[in-house]
Write a protein that binds this ligand. Structure first.
Ligand SMILES: *[C@@H]1O[C@H](CO)[C@@H](O)[C@H](O)[C@H]1NC(C)=O
Ligand SMILES: *[C@@H]1O[C@H](CO)[C@@H](O)[C@H](O)[C@H]1NC(C)=O
Ligand SMILES: *[C@@H]1O[C@H](CO)[C@@H](O)[C@H](O)[C@H]1NC(C)=O
Length: 642
């Protein structure tokens, strides 16, 4: 209907007579020709046909653009369906895993149960047999006595003279035999059958066994930071931090997200190629990734979270000459931080060789971390026979417990022999097997004597002062002094740690034999950190355990194996100023570095001149690691990045 038509009352007629062929854009209305001169006389009007064409075209455009989003929705649907499918599959596969794991444990338990029941049966059987046999013998004996006695008594009281004469010889022989017969009157066995099971630790382990690892992190909100996203210096390890976030942009506070890094480009394909490092999970929702470019050029780094590119990925990176990067730039700074400043793997902290081009270098033409080694097998000054404990004084001295030479030898930080003291023997002041050595804050030298079962204290000149722990210690191996001047003694044989005052008064002791947290299966050495916490190596449990100064268990780390952070019988231990823990791994003949929480950081590179059963270990006052390379009868000093 022509709404503006003057002939409203006759609309029907008007509509049929007059075609609406015009359009007024300002009133957005169609009208007949007549009306263009009526109410719209002032307005410009256009032919309706043109306007309709225009509208059609614009609607078509809108239609097209809406339709265009359909494929996007399709692929999102596909992706979601896939994720749902994977989630469901993962759930059932984990269900299977959980069932299998616990069925396996159940089986192991049942086998153990059967073995124990069988052992019980066997032990019972053996004891029962012995006791039953003894019982039978005794009863036979008793029966024999009863019957002989009653026969003889019968004959005595009721028998005729003839009868007595007749039986006399026979009875007398029998009675004499009985009188001389030795019956087993003392028990040939005992009743003991005990069941001993240490289940507390096990129960605790089972209580905490397994966990479901997951996060709600999504790629679309996850970000990467660091200069290394834009540029890097050739040959230098450059690191990037990825921060995972959930759909609401909240930081995910746990680790375990599935993150993958892929580095490609000119520098990645030529020459040695960049060392594409591992992604290190900080376990707090952030991850470190480090890489290294082998030459100048451009690189592309893709960072994918659950197969999806994170924000900004892939990143274009320019690899430039090291000198082209200003030293104050963030990337270069963080690279030189101590290994304790982040959970950085060995590759990422490997230093450029030029930093260490010192005069000492020629002593070790093959480039590992060794600075020098001192000693061969022997009994002379500067020679060793099975050296064990090592200590370093703040006065620039290195002290070595030379166990089979019954002495302590002292060197300067640069390896010059200074002095030695110790006389073989079993009277106070003498040494039988010195295995541990420590320097007391007051300068005294503390020596743990494994075979004399005591700890001796000498002045810094080696003059005997006193001994402590006699009658208490069973086999003191390692010794250390804490911030309060207390003396920490690791009793290897008794599987415990003693804390003494220098006067010999016992402050406390902790630990028993076993594999529990507060137990030791073979403790060797101890170190004390700045918080006065005591770090003990447990040789046979292949772990390192940390306690507070009261002896309360704080944490432990390590398991048996050859992997990063695993041990094959840890021995020497030291702590640096940042609380990082350095551990000699005896069976794997290597030295590992951990942070204060026990996360593996790196190795000391000992590859050029391999260790053979390293024992005691310490940090020298000039920041190097000194280790007793027992099997090679020498000590070695290594670079250690502070
Ligand atoms: C996560 O842990 C790393 C390494 O321990 C630390 O440097 C970082 O500050 C932590 N980040 C947050 C957000 O807690
Ligand atoms: C240790 O040093 C050797 C000798 O220079 C070298 O070949 C090796 O790559 C180094 N190992 C590591 C893990 O850096
Ligand atoms: C060390 O102790 C833990 C329990 O604290 C135990 O699970 C583990 O098996 C022990 N390791 C060895 C090699 O005995």
């Amino acid at each position: 209907l022509c709404t503006s038509c003057a002939f409203r009352e006759d609309a029907q007629k008007h509509l049929s007579d007059e075609m609406m062929e015009f359009y007024c854009p300002s009133c957005e209305t169609a009208m007949c020709e007549e009306c263009t001169s009526g109410g719209h006389a002032e307005h410009p009007t256009v032919p309706l046909k043109d306007v309709v064409e225009q509208h059609k075209a614009s609607l078509q455009d809108q239609l097209d653009s809406v339709k265009k989003s359909l494929p996007e929705i399709d692929s999102a649907l596909l992706m979601l369906t896939e994720i749902l499918q994977k989630l469901t599959n993962q759930k059932s596969s984990i269900e299977d895993d959980i069932h299998n794991t616990f069925d396996d444990l159940q089986k192991t338990l049942n086998v153990r149960k059967s073995v124990l029941l069988m052992e019980l049966e066997v032990n019972f059987g053996l004891k029962h047999k012995v006791l039953q046999a003894q019982l039978d013998t005794l009863m036979q004996g008793q029966e024999g006595i009863h019957s002989s006695c009653s026969f003889t008594e019968q004959a005595l009281s009721h028998g005729s003279e003839a009868e007595v004469l007749l039986v006399h010889k026979q009875m007398s022989e029998r009675l004499a035999g009985l009188a001389h017969r030795e019956l087993p009157l003392r028990p040939a066995e005992n009743h003991q059958l005990d069941f001993q099971a240490e289940t507390d630790g096990l129960r605790k382990s089972i209580h905490n066994l397994g966990s479901i690892a997951t996060t709600s992190a999504v790629a679309s909100h996850t970000v990467a930071t660091g200069d290394g996203l834009r540029q890097c210096a050739v040959g230098v390890a450059t690191s990037i931090t990825v921060t995972t976030k959930d759909k609401d942009g909240e930081l995910c506070k746990t680790g375990n997200a599935v993150l993958a890094a892929d580095l490609a480009g000119v520098a990645a394909t030529v020459g040695d190629g960049p060392e594409v490092g591992e992604i290190v999970d900080n376990k707090n929702g952030t991850y470190e990734y480090s890489y290294r470019a082998s030459k100048e050029g451009s690189l592309t780094l893709s960072l994918r979270l659950y197969d999806q590119h994170i924000k900004g990925s892939p990143f274009k990176i320019k690899a430039v000459k090291a000198i082209d990067i200003s030293p104050s730039s963030e990337g270069a700074k963080s690279r030189l931080k101590s290994p304790g400043s982040g959970h950085v793997k060995q590759k990422a902290i490997k230093r450029p060789a030029s930093m260490y081009s010192t005069g000492k270098r020629k002593e070790n033409p093959i480039e590992d971390d060794l600075i020098y080694r001192i000693g061969t097998k022997g009994r002379n000054k500067g020679e060793f026979t099975n050296l064990q404990g090592v200590s370093a004084s703040s006065q620039g001295k290195v002290l070595i417990a030379d166990s089979n030479n019954q002495c302590v030898q002292i060197f300067s930080n640069d390896g010059q022999f200074k002095s030695r003291f110790g006389i073989r023997g079993r009277t106070p002041g003498q040494m039988q097997r010195p295995t541990g050595v420590a320097v007391h804050p007051n300068g005294d030298i503390i020596v743990a004597d494994y075979d004399n079962k005591w700890v001796s204290i000498f002045s810094s000149e080696g003059k005997f002062k006193t001994k402590l722990g006699s009658g208490k210690l069973m086999g003191p191996k390692g010794v250390s002094a804490d911030r309060n001047g207390h003396i920490i003694v690791v009793d290897n044989k008794a599987c415990c740690v003693f804390i003494f005052q220098p006067t010999g008064k016992l402050v406390t002791k902790f630990g028993t034999r076993g594999n529990g947290d507060k137990q030791f299966a073979g403790p060797h050495f101890a170190a004390v950190n700045h918080n006065n916490e005591i770090i003990v190596t447990d040789f046979h449990n292949h772990s390192v355990k940390v306690f507070n100064s009261e002896g309360e268990f704080l944490l432990k780390f390590g398991s048996n194996g050859e992997g990063n952070g695993q041990f094959n019988a840890p021995t020497g231990v030291a702590v640096d100023v940042n609380g990082n823990i350095i551990v000699a791994d005896w069976g794997n003949s290597r030295i590992q570095v951990f942070d204060g929480s026990g996360s593996f950081l790196s190795y000391i590179n000992t590859s050029a001149d391999p260790l053979y059963g390293p024992q005691g270990l310490a940090l020298t006052s000039d920041g190097h690691v000194v280790v007793a390379d027992s099997g090679n009868h020498c000590f070695k000093v290594y670079r250690y990045l502070q």
